[in-house]
Ligand binder design. Structure first.
Ligand SMILES: [Zn+2]
Length: 92
């Protein structure tokens, strides 16, 4: 009996079907169902970080991408996410 493939890898990419190790973390929330202090976190590999970020951005969810350190996954505690600034606004 060699191997222990049953163990779920820690810090894996959140993209369905992807088994790569995550190098990015994507903090996001759905303003319609989450309060400003409720932040969800996905993990992503280099290949899927853009896909996942755009998936959320397309829904106008506040989203923030930052480097993920698998050795210290809790080093960067989620901070409240502000609302996405309205595009085409008056300046700012
Ligand atoms: Zn991936």
């Amino acid at each position: 009996m060699i191997g222990s493939l049953g163990a779920a890898p820690k810090g894996g990419c959140s993209r369905a079907g992807c088994r790569e190790s995550a190098t990015w973390r994507i903090d996001w929330r759905n303003p319609k169902i989450h309060g400003s202090d409720r932040v969800k976190t996905w993990l992503a590999c280099d290949e899927h970080v853009d896909f996942l970020r755009e998936f959320l951005a397309a829904r106008s969810f506040p989203v923030r991408v930052s480097a993920f350190d698998a050795a210290a996954p809790d080093a960067a505690a989620p901070a409240p996410l502000g609302d996405v600034p309205a595009a085409g606004g008056d300046g700012a």
